[in-house]
Design a protein around this ligand. Structure first.
Ligand SMILES: [Zn+2]
Ligand SMILES: [Zn+2]
Length: 368
């Protein structure tokens, strides 16, 4: 039996379709069969050489599949939940070291020596280490069981963006009911942030681009009360809209929380200006080096602002994401609707090109 994978061999080269034998898992691994595996913006950054990562390796860190083989009795996932053949699981790729200053403090999402499960040469057995494949070997300590009441298409909408926002909010002291939350950007991170803030009882203002009407629609259906098109408004007008809302709600001189989810450096100076005094700015969206910006730091001082970065998440944050879907079943269909394009592994090149054009809502790999 052979499995198939799309292999990244280096920046700006087409993905290579390769086949390898499907082997048995090691004692501390599970062999997973592809259910649905997301293509993330980070993959495109790698492919375009923006992160300087050498090949060969199999890209993809959003693999959701069913357990196809185990080599151990009474196996448990990374959170100690019992798992069995056929269970749906999500495979997390991050390996915090467990020993560094952050890990020792329990802040494993900010490990100083992060490893990942998939930066391995696929020519080496058992070959399938990354998400762009129909088979995956994952350490048991990296998998999280998906409850049976959750549609895996809903999970696949934000497997990375969801826990990323959950962690950023945890670092920022969680969102409170009635807070005004401005979300900059309506990509995956932004859309999940809207749903999360809405569920927390916040008043949500989303800033997106009118040239992506589908995303603006999603922002609305996910619960944003106010949606601003940044292409047809000026930064001053946007500040005005936010201040007016704060005034109406009697909540100070701006937004309680701004979440940067656009990835555009220019969003940051604006985000600072949207905050109320003592407001919290969460910055989990700047995922590649895209340039520098000018800010006036005295605003941070005089308005006592809090700027909070966050780039990773923990297995517990994945569990929180899954529990969120369980406790909000009405969101499952909405989340699943984010997926607009489905490809088989042998169509990987086509998939990457489609994602690169930006027309795609969310693209995923599925089994034939
Ligand atoms: Zn991702
Ligand atoms: Zn560590």
């Amino acid at each position: 039996m052979q499995g198939i994978a799309a292999v990244y061999t280096g920046a700006n080269k087409p993905l290579e379709i390769r086949r390898y034998p499907i082997l048995e898992p090691d004692i501390d691994e599970a062999r997973l069969k592809l259910g649905i595996s997301g293509i993330c913006g980070t993959d495109l950054h790698i492919l375009k050489g923006r992160l300087g990562i050498p090949g060969p390796l199999i890209l993809g860190h959003e693999f959701i599949g069913s357990i196809d083989a185990l080599n151990k009795e009474n196996a448990i996932d990374g959170l100690g939940q019992s798992i069995a053949l056929g269970d749906n699981v999500i495979a997390c790729v991050a390996i915090p070291c467990g020993k560094c200053f952050s890990c020792q403090r329990g802040e494993t999402a900010s490990c100083l020596n992060f490893g990942v499960t998939y930066f391995k040469n696929p020519d080496i057995a058992p070959h399938f280490f990354g998400g762009y494949s129909d088979t995956l070997f994952s350490p048991l300590s990296n998998i999280v069981k998906i409850p049976i009441d959750i549609n895996i298409e809903a999970v696949a909408a934000f497997p990375c963006a969801g826990p990323t926002i959950i962690r950023a909010c945890a670092y920022a002291g969680d969102l409170e009911k009635d807070e005004i939350v401005v979300v900059q950007g309506t990509g995956a991170v932004g859309l999940f942030a809207i749903a999360w803030a809405k569920a927390a009882g916040c008043e949500v203002i989303a800033i997106g681009s009118g040239s992506s009407p589908k995303r603006m629609q999603l922002a609305e259906s996910f619960g944003a009360e106010t949606i601003i098109d940044y292409k047809t408004t000026t930064p001053e007008e946007r500040i005005e809209i936010v201040k007016k809302k704060a005034n109406e709600m009697n909540r100070g001189d701006g937004a309680d929380v701004v979440i940067e989810a656009s990835g555009a450096p220019s969003a940051v100076p604006e985000g600072i200006n949207l905050l109320r005094t003592r407001g919290r700015y969460l910055i989990p969206g700047q995922y590649s080096s895209s340039g520098t910006v000018n800010i006036s730091p005295e605003i941070i001082t005089f308005r006592a602002l809090q700027l909070i970065g966050s780039g990773q998440f923990t297995l517990a944050d994945i569990k929180t994401y899954l529990d969120f879907l369980s406790t909000h079943p009405e969101l499952q269909e909405k989340f699943a609707s984010v997926i607009t394009h489905r490809y088989t592994i042998d169509q990987a090149e086509m998939a990457m090109n489609a994602v690169d054009t930006g027309e795609v809502g969310k693209a995923v790999f599925i089994n034939k």
